[in-house]
Design a protein around this ligand. Structure first.
Ligand code: IPE
Ligand code: IPE
Ligand code: MG
Length: 249
């Protein structure tokens, strides 16, 4: 086998021994159970979850994280009752409006992955407007995964490459890891360093399967609405204490 090419500067994972992960992703799980434990409707859990997003985003900025990728709605979440999907859409629109100014003040840039257009033209337009207005911010990139599925993302990348090969734009032999990675929706972002999942579930649920190849994984029993800066710092400390080998010795 030929040796793997060194990742370019932008894609380079956090240095061995580097204590702050450049790119953190979170599977924000447990809203429903949080509400259930309190005898509240699930939507109350989602509302509390949105507050946890605010806290965590602020904490990420404060702790020097460059990219925070949040799994907000999976392509499989359409299987939920219509009422819950509609509550989630409503909350997304509401928080987008409410948080836009503070996102701008914090220097947050917004990027979306997943097929967010499935949420309808109204919400899509609002999301696009928000992205445009935060475009020049540099402090932290917030990537929100909306109607996202990793397998579909990889299949779409393969499709784009196949189309280019058929039209003669590229040689099939030139399709390598870098080519595929650069056709994913996460293209240009730094390599994923740390992936956190809350609520005690230990699975990836079709999130960032390609990108997580060498990410450090942290699973916490904390339900998402209870997640806060202390929890994020704890996960970052676990990350810093781990020895990343990338296949070396
Ligand atoms: C995560 O919480 C939020 C979304 C998936 C949108 P859940 O709604 O999955 O909460 P649990 O897993 O049922 O507790
Ligand atoms: C994953 O959580 C999706 C999000 C957090 C948006 P789910 O609650 O949908 O995942 P499963 O069904 O437990 O795998
Ligand atoms: Mg869940």
């Amino acid at each position: 086998m030929t040796p793997a090419a060194a990742p370019n500067e932008a894609e380079r994972p956090a240095k061995e021994g580097g204590s702050v992960p450049r790119h953190v992703a979170i599977i924000m799980d447990g809203n429903g159970r949080w509400a259930n434990k309190r005898g509240l409707p699930r939507v109350a859990g989602h509302r509390a979850g949105a507050e946890a997003v605010r806290r965590t985003l602020r904490a990420a900025v404060k702790n020097g994280v460059e990219v925070l990728t949040l799994y907000a709605f999976s392509s499989e979440n359409w299987r939920r009752p219509e009422e819950e999907v509609s509550d989630l859409k409503g909350l997304l629109g509401y928080y987008l409006e409410r948080e836009l100014d503070s996102l701008a003040k914090e220097g947050v840039k917004l990027r979306l992955i997943g097929d967010y257009e499935a949420f309808g033209p109204d919400l899509s337009k609002r999301l696009e407007k928000a992205m445009a207005s935060l475009q020049s911010n540099r402090r932290l990139t917030l990537v929100v995964a909306l109607n996202y599925g990793s397998r579909a993302e990889i299949a779409a990348a393969a499709r784009k490459l196949a189309t280019k090969a058929v039209s003669g734009e590229i040689e099939p032999a030139s399709i390598d890891e870098e080519a595929l990675g650069s056709h994913l929706q996460t293209h240009g972002l730094p390599e994923l360093d740390l992936l956190i999942r809350t609520s005690g579930e230990v699975r990836l649920s079709n999130f960032l399967l390609w990108q997580a190849a060498y990410a450090e994984l942290v699973f916490t029993p904390t339900l998402w609405p209870d997640f806060d800066e202390a929890e994020l710092v704890k996960a970052i400390e676990q990350f810093a204490a781990r020895e990343r080998r990338f296949g070396g010795r």
